[in-house]
Write a protein that binds this ligand. Structure first.
Ligand code: GBH
Length: 472
């Protein structure tokens, strides 16, 4: 059913699980600042100060990883734990030691690490200099990336530079509901997305020139996208809106890497049309890539996809008179009434949307190798250790991955469940649980206990792995 070397994984991110926010010389990140600011930014004023305390309890995480029988584990590095000021002048040796232990322990357990360099947690020192809005950030990210390739690249062969630039750009700099809490609709998000792409491209080129020959790994950028289809498939307006919807999420970051080295044409033209309507005169709000910088095209060694949900799409009805990403996009996603919604309101459960999105990626981006770097199902409200709905979800979604592989010929290389552990779910704090393991945040030792879905995922992995063994 699955190729022998298929990656069976689970994922986490540093700020969501580590805690230890100011121990051992770690510098603050924008999420430390955002959570400590008070107000109603995060559910009940919670923070990632301690969360799963994986900084102290890594060996407990390793036990969970082994219990699941994972072949791969996706984690992220805390930039400000390694480089407290964000730059390589000052290296925190204890941070280095921590990640070296994590990586070595994984390898000793026959689990391969996939390492994300950046998952939403910019060092505060860099935010103070303008953060992702500043053009200089691309070179600073590149030197951080090189530091990581140099330090860990002898053992890490799968790299993600940036997780979900869309989320950093839109939620962090347009809606202001994620750190750094900037609300500059229709302006900052495009600039931030642009600088993230520039930083990614530099890091990929550095890896390519300086490390690839001796380390032999692969580097990509994790792109989140809903699957989208027209609300009424017979309506040309809905069909055009769907094209814009995909262009403004998946296309925004995938077109530069896989198709043209530039943003999708429909994204450029929509932004220009809206700018004209609003009498906005100062040139395009969507920056242009400079010919003097390394090209974006070809700077992904595989397609890294974070898929959670799907939408039916129609033309937008939101605020046509306002400057903003939604009004530029002019497309509205709605949840089909037949789709169950799990936990959080945005998460309509649509497993076959993943298959359709994978087929779309194969056809649009020239049949890349694909890792599904995140996918999951959340729980809200009283804890249910016998989470049968989530069990059903994992069975269904893995069937869809199998169909994409076998029937549609998509080159899927791996699947990472989000998440190994219940953790700090950003603005939703601890109110939303995505873990395969339950974490009791009320107890100092933060005990981890497998949900039924954790046990079933372990069963699925062991079943498919034994089948692939038989195949050889
Ligand atoms: C992932 O993003 C993140 O990488 C991960 O850290 C996180 O824990 C996981 O999702 C679960 O949420 O609030 O209505 O504005 C997934 C992509 C895009 C999904 C933004 C939620 C917010 C919708 N996310 N979206 S809304």
């Amino acid at each position: 059913m699955f190729p022998t070397n298929f990656a069976w994984g689970a994922a986490t991110s540093a700020y969501q699980i580590e805690g230890g926010w100011d121990v051992d010389d770690k510098g603050p990140s924008i999420w430390d600042t955002f959570c400590h600011e008070g107000g109603r930014l995060v559910f009940e004023g919670q923070s990632g100060d301690v969360t799963c305390n994986s900084y102290e309890l890594w060996e407990e995480d390793l036990r969970c990883i082994r219990q699941l029988g994972l072949t791969h584990y996706r984690l992220s590095l805390s930039w400000s734990r390694l480089l407290p000021e964000g730059i390589t002048r000052h290296v925190n040796q204890k941070g280095l030691r921590y990640y070296n232990k994590v990586i070595n322990d994984l390898l000793a357990s026959d689990v391969l690490p996939m390492v994300t360099l950046y998952h939403f947690d910019l060092p505060q020192a860099l935010q103070d200099q303008g953060g992702w809005k500043s053009p200089e950030i691309a070179a600073i990210f590149d030197s951080y990336a090189c530091f990581c390739f140099e330090s860990f690249g002898d053992r890490v062969k799968l790299w993600i530079t940036l997780n979900e630039p869309y989320v950093c750009a839109k939620l962090g700099h347009e809606d202001g509901i994620f750190a750094p809490g900037v609300k500059e609709p229709g302006m900052a998000a495009y600039l931030v997305g642009h600088n993230m792409l520039r930083g990614h491209a530099r890091a990929w080129h550095s890896y390519n020139v300086l490390y690839r020959a001796k380390q032999g790994g692969s580097v990509s950028l994790a792109i989140n996208s809903d699957w989208a289809e027209p609300l009424d498939p017979a309506s040309p307006d809905d069909t055009a809106a769907t094209e814009r919807y995909l262009a403004f999420t998946l296309g925004w970051f995938a077109w530069p890497l896989f198709v043209t080295g530039d943003y999708p044409e429909v994204m450029r033209s929509s932004i220009e049309v809206r700018s004209k309507e609003l009498g906005y005169q100062e040139g395009s709000r969507l920056p242009r890539f400079s010919k003097d910088e390394p090209s974006l095209l070809g700077t992904a060694d595989f397609f890294a996809l974070n898929y959670y949900t799907s939408r039916r799409v129609k033309p937008g009805e939101c605020c046509p008179g306002l400057l903003g990403l939604k009004s530029d996009r002019d497309a509205e996603g709605v949840v089909d009434p037949s789709w169950p919604v799990c936990g959080v309101s945005w998460l309509a459960v649509v497993p076959d949307g993943l298959r359709k999105l994978l087929k779309y990626i194969k056809d649009t981006f020239n049949n890349p190798a694909v890792y599904i770097t995140e996918n999951g199902f959340s729980q809200v409200g009283p804890v249910d250790m016998e989470d049968v709905q989530r069990c059903g979800f994992y069975h269904d979604i893995i069937q869809e991955v199998a169909r994409a592989l076998r029937e549609d010929g998509v080159d899927v290389r791996g699947y990472f469940a989000w998440s190994l552990l219940d953790n700090f779910e950003w603005a939703d704090g601890f109110s939303v649980r995505f873990g395969l393991f339950h974490v009791d945040f009320s107890r100092p030792k933060r005990p981890r206990t497998a949900y039924r879905s954790g046990r079933e995922y372990a069963g699925i992995i062991s079943k498919y792995r034994s089948q692939t063994m038989v195949n050889i």
